[in-house]
Design a protein around this ligand. Structure first.
Ligand code: PLP
Length: 488
């Protein structure tokens, strides 16, 4: 290949670019752009590669396993020999990033289905992006890697321990990658405390709870739920009684994923005690991914507090707090963590976390927001979200649309829109016949008005001339919330 010249034409997001590769060593076969073939399993039956991994079945998206998305792939291409001189590559990448940013702005504007607070300003932290900040190891034991942010991490953990009423010298915790990691950790601590314990979780618990059971090969008992989405304590009691000989590890939801239902922590504890489970025979993990930071500011909500016999609480940092990267907080009792941790000589630290390397930027972002807003700032935001969620529910109901809002929640559940495009436009999370909108601090009344207006306009076309009828969702949200022809 020495001395040869070849031209490869490439389309990157609509930009056609000519490559001139000169005087280069041949690439290994598998890296040669000319030789890369689309694997058969990525092709349609007609052989065309549309890269779609989902198809529309009666208007709904069905996931087809084994077909990975490649349609929107921004290919990584090899720099040309003269790229540094011409600056073409930089210009091309800048153009792609500018377009991407524009699409993010649009997508952020139409975002209603995921519980992420997209209203934040971390401009002051831009100066830190040049550092590879990593908190690997235990937050409370300095490792020999110096580019860390443990001082911020421990400050944030202290704040949460105070919120959940656990003394500084009695708690242990860390900043996780997300709420899922908090659940994986909380349930692992429970399993280490009670190696032969059975995991109990309501069927509306997040999938990460059942994933933990599979990962740790734990016996798992699924408990029924009420229409609200809360754990059904009658069923819980019955299931505990069937397994009295084994300790119980319980996942309590402080906000379920789909309906935003808050399990009654006090009733769960009472049932454990009534059925003969002493405090040294159960472990409760509170999954507060969604509302862990909201509930403390709602007067009527069951209090999440380590003054009660609970073992751990986790929350997602990118949800109510708002953060540009996924993150979370996990707090447990210090005396539990010894069962889990191991010394790691080469880190000069202790290993008690799920992950090894840990995002050192996330604690700084959390620290920054907690400092700016404080408990009082969060309280105000919680009140605003609950008010706006009621506003949305009332608007939907007054338009004749089935809708439910749990008392302690800002998740409004309503009939699933008939049109997949509408679902995608507003990024609604759907399950069966229902969809939900999660009212976070960035969701304004104007946005809710726009949403309801669009939905009502669309419905008048979906249900025009009686050609289709709004589905009955009484089973999912209760007859009193259902506005179908039968229950209206
Ligand atoms: C109740 C609940 N637990 C856990 C999680 C997982 O959180 P994350 O997405 O931060 O991993 C979610 C996510 O929505 C959730 O709703």
């Amino acid at each position: 290949m020495v001395g040869s010249v070849e031209t490869v034409s490439d389309v990157v997001n609509g930009i056609v670019k000519e490559y001139m590769a000169e005087n280069v060593e041949p690439l290994p076969e598998e890296l040669n752009p000319k030789k890369i073939k689309v694997p058969l399993h990525l092709k349609n039956e007609d052989g065309a590669d549309n890269g779609e991994n989902s198809t529309l079945v009666s208007g709904k998206r069905e996931i087809v396993l084994g077909r990975n998305v490649h349609t929107s792939c921004l290919e990584v291409t090899e720099p040309d020999a003269d790229d540094e001189v011409t600056g073409d590559r930089e210009a091309c990448m800048a153009s792609i990033l500018a377009r991407y940013r524009k699409s993010l702005i649009e997508r952020t504007r139409h975002h209603l289905g995921y519980p992420y607070n997209l209203d934040f300003d971390y401009g002051a932290l831009a100066q830190l992006q040049h550092f590879s900040i990593n908190n690997l190891g235990d937050p409370f034991i300095e490792s020999n890697y110096g580019v860390h942010s443990r001082q911020f991490e421990v400050g944030v953990l202290d704040w949460f321990a105070r919120l959940w009423e656990l003394e500084r010298n009695e708690y242990w915790g860390y900043i996780t990658n997300c709420g899922t990691e908090g659940n994986l950790h909380g349930i692992l601590v429970g399993r280490e405390v009670f190696p032969d314990g059975i995991l109990y979780a309501s069927k509306e618990s997040h999938y990460s709870v059942f994933k933990a059971a599979r990962m740790y090969r734990m016996d798992c008992v699924m408990v029924n739920t009420l229409v609200s989405g809360e754990i059904d304590c009658t069923d819980f009691r019955a299931k505990l009684l069937q397994n009295k000989d084994k300790p119980a590890i319980i996942n309590v939801n402080i906000g379920t994923t789909v309906k935003g239902a808050v399990d009654d922590l006090d009733l769960v504890i009472k049932i454990l005690e009534d059925t003969g489970f002493n405090h040294d025979r159960f472990y409760i993990h509170c999954d507060g991914a969604l509302f862990g930071l909201m509930m403390p500011f709602v007067k009527r909500a069951p209090k999440v507090s380590f003054k009660k016999p609970i073992g751990s609480v986790s929350v997602s940092g990118h949800k109510f707090v708002g953060c540009p990267m996924p993150c979370g907080v996990q707090i447990t009792r210090l005396d539990h963590i010894n069962a889990l941790s191991r010394n790691v000589e080469y880190l000069a630290s202790r290993d008690a976390t799920i992950m090894g390397s840990r995002n050192g930027h996330a604690p700084i972002f959390l620290w920054y927001t907690l400092n700016r807003k404080g408990y009082r700032g969060f309280q105000k935001e919680v009140q605003k979200c609950l008010r706006n969620a009621h506003y949305l529910k009332d608007c939907l109901r007054s338009e004749g649309i089935s809708a439910m809002l749990n008392e302690l929640s800002s998740t409004v559940v309503f009939e699933r829109p008939q049109d997949e495009e509408f679902v995608r436009r507003w990024q609604l999370a759907c399950q069966g016949n229902i969809a939900h909108a999660v009212v976070m601090p960035n969701i304004t009344i104007e946005k809710l008005d726009d949403f309801v207006k669009e939905l009502t306009a669309k419905r008048s076309t979906w249900f025009k001339d009686g050609k289709a009828q709004a589905p009955c969702i009484a089973d999912e949200i209760g007859a009193e919330n259902c506005a179908c022809a039968r229950h209206n």
